[in-house]
Design a binder for this molecule. Structure first.
Ligand SMILES: Nc1nc2c(ncn2[C@@H]2O[C@H](COP(=O)(O)OP(=O)(O)OP(=O)(O)O)[C@@H](O)[C@H]2O)c(=O)[nH]1
Length: 449
């Protein structure tokens, strides 16, 4: 978010906002997706193929890809180079972990979280899929569902990703045989249903040859399903329940600093859920002070009629209450609970294990507090979907239940209701490494036993 400094605020115009429904623009027109797959399943090739066949590759990029492919002695263009090019950028430190690719067709716009699959695959998937509406989980048709596939499905379920596509890739290597595809699809679909994923679709493809990615395959006469792109363009994301209780973690406090701004005091951040409108009663948390919204501004516009999830705005309040960066401004109904006891389902990301008794930092929204790992209650067995009680530690990629105690109170939501204000990260105090991603409550309730 661009910080709203007083000098920027000065340039706010008086124009009124478009109606909220308009500004949140045609629902269903934007799909956020993430990919996940084991090493060599063909994720880079698939993303490259998707962008290429959807005509999203600029000619100069394609020329470069063809040239490098020729230099490497390959006959055709190696489309993995399109995304590997991005990876080189990442290695130079331009982007960490996840690069976002934007593309569009005539039917929908897409934001694709492109995550490197080799190392720390769960960490990358958690980062990429945490805001995704759809996850594409790749398998190699020759290997079918493997442990990592189950883990990807479990992470998608844990993160509350509502749509999952199983992409059975490399079908060219198994003769496009239905009796290879069908059992893989059945196994994955029933596993994902057991995890509580609302919608699962299996699609077969050959990313290398471009079969069924954007163009229907010429090699398959038995498969009536859509191509991957067609599915991405038509998957129904309109009806997804929007959390109605409003939330905004405060990112910046704008105080009057110059004589010009004597009267300006606002709290800037991104609305993570629901809708705020002037006149609404709100709570400032964790203090619990009750006040109401005097006005809503954003860069270039003042006195908006409302602000909804995803918008970065500045809220002005009717009372001169004490609000700090890290606080959450929330609707008074169904407010987050303020607590120092955190019970959560976590996915451990770092190579160093998480242990009972560890002292860590907990980052929740814009707040960071000290925390103690009180207990690690169970770890999930991905084969049986049973919780195995009493592990003393969580290893990299483990999904488990933990209890934490924080040094100061935090306003927490259940992840199942609020993805943003119901999630947190645990961070190593000494070097700032991300250790664990946490989801407050039991987002896998009903799925695991
Ligand atoms: N035969 C065949 N080979 C494929 C297909 N898709 C990918 N490959 C090959 O599989 C190998 C691995 O592909 P990548 O796209 O690099 O796979 P990846 O390791 O999942 O990607 P990253 O983890 O993101 O690097 C490459 O040699 C590809 O050419 C396919 O549909 N058919």
């Amino acid at each position: 978010m661009q910080p709203l400094t007083p000098s920027l605020t000065k340039s706010l115009t008086q124009s009124r906002t478009q109606s909220l429904t308009q500004s949140l623009t045609q629902p269903g027109s934007l799909l956020r997706l993430a990919t996940a797959g084991s090493v060599d399943d063909g994720k880079s090739t698939l993303v490259g193929r998707l962008l290429h066949d959807a005509k999203q590759v600029f000619t100069d990029q394609l020329d470069a890809v063809e040239r490098v492919s020729r230099e490497r002695g390959l006959e055709g263009a190696d489309l993995a180079l399109l995304t590997d090019g991005l990876r080189a950028e990442r290695e130079q430190g331009i982007t960490i972990d996840v690069a976002y690719r934007y593309f569009a067709t005539s039917r929908r716009r897409f934001i694709l979280a492109d995550t490197p699959g080799h190392v720390q695959y769960t960490r990358n998937m958690v980062t990429g899929a945490s805001t995704a509406q759809l996850a594409v989980v790749l398998v190699d048709a020759r290997h079918g569902v493997v442990e990592q596939t189950r883990r990807h499905a479990a992470v998608a379920a844990l993160l509350g990703v509502p749509h999952v596509v199983l992409a059975v890739n490399k079908m060219d290597l198994v003769g496009y045989a239905e009796d290879v595809f069908a059992p893989i699809a059945d196994e994955f679909v029933s596993y994902s249903r057991a995890l509580g994923i609302p919608e699962v679709t299996a699609i077969l493809l050959s990313a290398l040859l471009g079969d069924n990615v954007v163009e229907p395959s010429q090699h398959i006469d038995w498969h009536p399903g859509p191509t991957l792109l067609e599915h991405l363009e038509t998957v129904d994301i309109d009806g997804e329940p929007a959390s109605s209780a409003a939330r905004m973690p405060v990112q910046y406090v704008l105080r009057p600093q110059s004589p010009d701004f004597r009267d300006y005091r606002g709290y800037a951040g991104q609305v993570t859920a629901g809708v705020f409108a002037p006149g609404d009663e709100v709570l400032v948390l964790p203090s619990g002070r009750r006040t109401s919204i005097a006005a809503i501004d954003r860069l270039g516009e003042q006195d908006l009629e409302a602000a909804g999830a995803g918008q970065s705005v500045t809220l002005r309040l009717t009372d001169d209450v004490d609000v700090a960066r890290g606080d959450i401004i929330a609707a008074t109904e169904r407010a987050p609970r303020v607590t120092r006891e955190v019970s959560a389902t976590v996915c451990h990301l770092a190579d160093q294990p998480l242990r009972t008794g560890d002292r860590v930092l907990l980052r929740h929204g814009t707040a960071t507090v000290k925390a103690l790992v009180d207990s690690i209650d169970s770890v999930l067995d991905l084969r049986t979907l049973r919780r195995e009680p009493g592990p003393q530690t969580l290893q990299a990629n483990d999904i488990g239940r933990v209890r934490l105690r924080t040094a100061s109170p935090l306003p927490l939501d259940d992840y199942a209701e609020h993805r943003r204000t119901g999630s947190f990260l645990l961070i190593d105090e000494s070097d700032g490494t991300t250790l664990t991603a946490g989801m407050v409550g039991e987002p896998l309730a009903g799925a695991v036993h």
